[in-house]
Design a protein around this ligand. Structure first.
Ligand SMILES: NC(=O)c1ccc[n+]([C@@H]2O[C@H](COP(=O)([O-])OP(=O)(O)OC[C@H]3O[C@@H](n4cnc5c(N)ncnc54)[C@H](O)[C@@H]3O)[C@@H](O)[C@H]2O)c1
Length: 442
């Protein structure tokens, strides 16, 4: 719709405003009693939880809600709870009112994280964004650069990082309890939680009256609406919207490994998987990463292998475990020079062999959501800021790139953002965007 004032489309107006204002124009200096004004984008599903968790702080008020589905389960429910909040179905309209809020939570399907969070940061908004941070490796790098450029407080929604279990695991490794780490195995062997159609449906359904399907698609290529297969939750099966099982769980399960070892970027990555077409993701995968060693690894390089799919566990003969040691359905094993750390997803870690270590002292949890809100107000610090979470997400999503060119050992040049030995894989670091929905790159 053209803007009467400027003769520009609404989107051009928003992005033009962003460029003209710069981040610092709207950053506030907070007093002890000032509240953080939160705009929540995507308020069904995890976004409902995120809005509630962040606003559990008495110093946060939810002033705006945005969701592409106005029905009771989505925008309706949130509007009933957060009565004072203004409601929107299009985040671009919300951003036009940028003077009325300070921070944004983004809890939409993955393909819209970067298109929403990047202009938010350019407007000087602090951002809480769900995991995986983005849909492509290139977007993850951009999120990291944007957070730095605009000086905003950011946090990815991998909340288990702040749980007692993962914090204890990280501390045990950092304290040298298992010595130097020789190799790592991480897995998610549970059943796929979403409907995995074999291919794109040949028929369409009428779009529900309260769903704004075109806005839900956003930056993704246009496709007809089909009930149950995409909105809500089942978008996870589709390459246009998600990164499959590794994208869904990698930013949780690999997080304590990444943090404990101080990993940055892999040097090589190689993927293997079940059959997959150009629409939906696979049913199982194995991804082998090699990273430069750190002061917590035994050698100059360290291998991390990821396994996913129902019943897909690391091979026992590689783990040196006693026959009666059971592995949880998902988690990680860090094999060290002085012992092994089992990090279940999500339960307290175990030191192996059992009985050979002093009892574990738990590291207390912190609140992943309100620490972000506090940090936005200038109190304290966050741990899953986009500098960290961008690098973690790049690693996870590089795995999904490797899974699209299975069997090839890809050489990763992180500084140049290039797969040096595969043009095909380099092309998969980004994707085409629907015209008019291109993200605001840094
Ligand atoms: N941290 C965790 O443990 C955790 C758990 C579940 C989901 N997630 C993440 O949360 C995100 C959402 O997942 P979900 O399971 O809640 O999905 P969902 O489909 O159940 O909910 C997404 C919500 O966003 C809305 N939405 C979609 N596009 C939108 C847009 N362009 N603008 C505004 N609203 C929009 C939908 O209507 C819906 O309310 C994903 O990135 C997912 O990976 C994280």
């Amino acid at each position: 719709m053209p803007s009467a004032r400027l003769g520009l489309s609404r989107r051009q107006f928003v992005l033009g405003s962003v460029a003209a204002l710069g981040a610092s124009s709207w950053s506030r200096v907070y007093g002890a009693n000032d509240t953080l004004r939160l705009a929540s984008v995507g308020v069904g599903g995890k976004g409902w939880d995120d809005s509630n968790q962040i606003s559990a702080s008495p110093k946060v008020s939810v002033v705006a809600l945005c969701d592409t589905d106005e029905s009771d389960k989505f925008l309706g429910r949130a509007a009933t709870k957060f009565k004072a909040a203004k409601t929107f179905t299009d985040w671009r309209k919300l951003f036009e009112q940028h003077k009325t809020f300070d921070a944004v939570s983004v809890s939409t399907p993955d393909h819209m994280h970067a298109p929403i969070a990047l202009p938010a940061m350019a407007l000087g908004k602090h951002v809480f964004c769900q995991k995986p941070l983005t849909h492509t490796v290139h977007e993850a790098r951009q999120m990291k650069l944007a957070a730095k450029k605009y000086g905003v407080v950011t946090q990815m929604g991998n909340q288990i990082q702040s749980h007692e279990a993962y914090r204890t695991a990280v501390k045990l490794v950092r304290d040298g309890t298992i010595g130097k780490v020789k190799e790592v195995h991480s897995w998610q062997s549970g059943k796929l939680g979403w409907i995995l159609a074999p291919d794109r449906p040949k028929t369409a359904d009428p779009v529900p009256e309260k769903l704004h399907w075109n806005d839900w698609l956003g930056a993704a290529p246009e496709r007809p609406y089909k009930a149950r297969l995409y909105h809500d939750f089942n978008w996870r099966a589709w390459q246009d919207f998600s990164n499959g099982q590794l994208g869904d769980f990698g930013c949780h399960i690999l997080d304590p490994v990444f943090m404990a070892l101080g990993l940055t970027a892999p040097t090589t990555v190689r993927g293997n998987r079940s059959e997959m077409n150009r629409e939906v993701w696979y049913t199982w995968s194995v991804v082998e990463y090699e990273f430069p060693g750190t002061d917590r690894t035994a050698d100059k390089t360290v291998k991390l292998t990821w396994y996913d799919g129902e019943g897909k566990l690391p091979p026992r003969d590689k783990l040196g475990l006693k026959a009666d040691t059971k592995l949880p359905g998902s988690g990680s094993l860090l094999l060290g020079t002085k012992g092994t750390l089992l990090v279940p997803h999500v339960a307290m870690p175990k030191l192996l062999p059992e009985g050979e270590f002093a009892p574990i002292k738990p590291e207390p949890a912190v609140n992943h959501y309100t620490t972000w809100a506090d940090a936005c107000r200038g109190e304290g610090k966050v741990t899953s800021h986009f500098d960290y979470a961008g690098a973690l997400t790049e690693t996870v999503l590089l795995g999904t790139v490797a899974l699209r060119v299975p069997g090839e050992t890809l050489k990763w040049d992180s500084a140049a953002l290039t797969v040096t030995n595969s043009k095909e894989a380099t092309a998969l670091l980004t994707k085409p965007y629907r015209k008019g929905w291109e993200p605001k790159w840094v």
